[in-house]
Structure formats: C-alpha cells, structure tokens
Design a protein around this ligand. Structure first.
Ligand SMILES: C[S@@+](CC[C@H](N)C(=O)[O-])C[C@H]1O[C@@H](n2cnc3c(N)ncnc32)[C@H](O)[C@@H]1O
Length: 234
C-alpha cells in the first residue's frame, strides 16, 4: 500500500480534474474493503490527495465534504468494520453490501473508485474444472498452478467474463471525469505459474487441503462403521 500510495497521489495530482465536479459531496468507494484497517488507511490517503487537488486548482472555497462507501460481500463482517472506523476521519461512512460483479451504485454517482487485492476473486469456480469428462478437470488442485493448460484457460476465461461485467457496471456508476484505481495481483509475462511465489503457495495450500479431505474421508469411514456397529448392538 505504501508503494502504491505515491503512484495514486501522483495520478490524482496530475489527472483528476476536480473543476468538472459540481456536486457535493465527493463520493469514494472501496470495492472489496474487508474489515480494515487497510481500507481506512487507503481512504484517508485518497481524501487527503483530493483535498490537495482542490487547493492546487484554486478551489479552496469549494472544498466538498467526503462520503466513503465501503463495499464487500454481504457476508463481510461490517460490524467489525464500522466499530473500528477511525474517530478522526474526515468523511461520512456507509456500507454497501453485495458483489462488485454487478451494479452497486446509481448512475453517475461515484467520483473515485478504489479496489485493492480483491479483483482477482472470481465470481465462481469455472464449471469445467469440476467436470470429470472435461480436459480442464482440475482433480486434486485448488488453483491452475501445475495444472494442464486447459485449466489456466478456464480460469482466464472466467476472469475475462467477470472483468467485463465489473467494468461495464463501473462505467455506469462513475461520474464523467472520475477516476478508478485498482491494485491487483498479476503475473509477469513469460514466468510460468508454477514458478510464481503465489503459485507455489497455492500448490502447498492445495496439497494440505487434499490431505485434510483424505483424513476426513477416513474418519467418516471409521465412525460410519462404528455407528453401524453401535446401532446393531443397541
Ligand atoms: C484480500 S481481501 C482485501 C481487503 C482489502 N481491500 C485490502 O487490501 O486489505 C479481498 C476482499 O475482497 C472481497 N471480495 C471478493 N470478491 C468480491 C465481490 N465480488 N464483491 C465484493 N467484495 C468481494 C472479499 O470478501 C475480501 O474481503
């Protein structure tokens, strides 16, 4: 976040033309905010950078009030999020439950959208991965690392589909002249997924989950038999 902070501040200072915003308040959204504290730090930095932009454009007297929309899935712990809101914040806060793979806000209502480490979450597991008859059947893995090419393609196709829905929703919601900033994990060109640190981590995690699943299956088998015996004894 610290690395990206300077880049975001520069983008706001150079490219956000606040003169074209007539409406008060200035509305920001964090998509996939989780429960904090990262979201609070990011929102604070963005509010400060926008304030500086108003000053730089000679609009001190038109400094708007700020409103931040914290978005995440309905299952997110919004209680924890709101209980830990910084007391010194310079914005009004509200929660927006729901998936960002769809519309979240009225048309032309948000001036600045932000999303950090959330957009790589797919809306669903690609169906082919679960189909035993498909070349993309991802048996024994939770990710595309070390899987056949068809598995990577299935994930890529799902991501492309999700991004298209995401971007067309944001295009409607953003005001003209507004700005979107995404921080997202990416794989450098030419590096195989299996050599990527994240890929290695997902391989290890997948293998642990497989071991746990096998253990659970063994326990079900064992206790299943005991249960049959107990039932027949009683
Ligand atoms: C790794 S956390 C990142 C949290 C925070 N943005 C940060 O940078 O620390 C990813 C968050 O994205 C949320 N998320 C994933 N898919 C989402 C979706 N379709 N709609 C809204 N939130 C989503 C998850 O629930 C999770 O809270």
């Amino acid at each position: 976040m610290n690395v990206s902070r300077t880049m975001i501040e520069e983008a706001i200072a150079k490219k956000l033309d606040v003169k074209c915003f007539s409406s008060n308040p200035f509305r920001l959204a964090d998509l996939g905010c989780s429960v904090g504290p990262n979201t609070f730090i990011a929102m604070q930095h963005i509010v400060e950078a926008v304030e500086r932009r108003y000053l730089a454009q000679g609009l001190k007297s038109e400094m708007p009030e700020f409103q931040v929309f914290f978005n995440d899935h309905v299952g997110n712990d919004f209680n924890t999020l709101f209980a830990s809101l910084p007391t010194e914040r310079r914005y009004f806060a509200c929660g927006v439950p729901g998936s960002f793979h769809g519309r979240l806000f009225p048309e032309s209502s948000i001036h600045f959208m932000f999303s950090s480490h959330a957009l790589h979450w797919l809306s669903k597991v690609p169906e082919e991965l679960l189909d035993k008859n498909s070349p993309a059947w991802n048996r024994g893995r939770i990710h595309y690392t070390s899987g056949p090419e068809e598995v990577s393609h299935a994930y890529a196709a799902q991501f492309e589909h999700d991004m298209e829905i995401f971007l067309s929703a944001r295009a409607k919601e953003l005001v003209v002249g507004g700005m979107i900033v995404f921080l997202i994990l990416a794989l450098p060109n030419g590096i195989p997924a299996s050599q990527n640190p994240y890929g290695i981590m997902f391989d290890l995690l997948g293998s642990c989950l497989m071991d746990m699943a096998k253990e659970v299956r063994r326990m079900i088998f064992y206790f299943g038999i005991r249960k049959v015996n107990l039932t027949s004894n009683s």
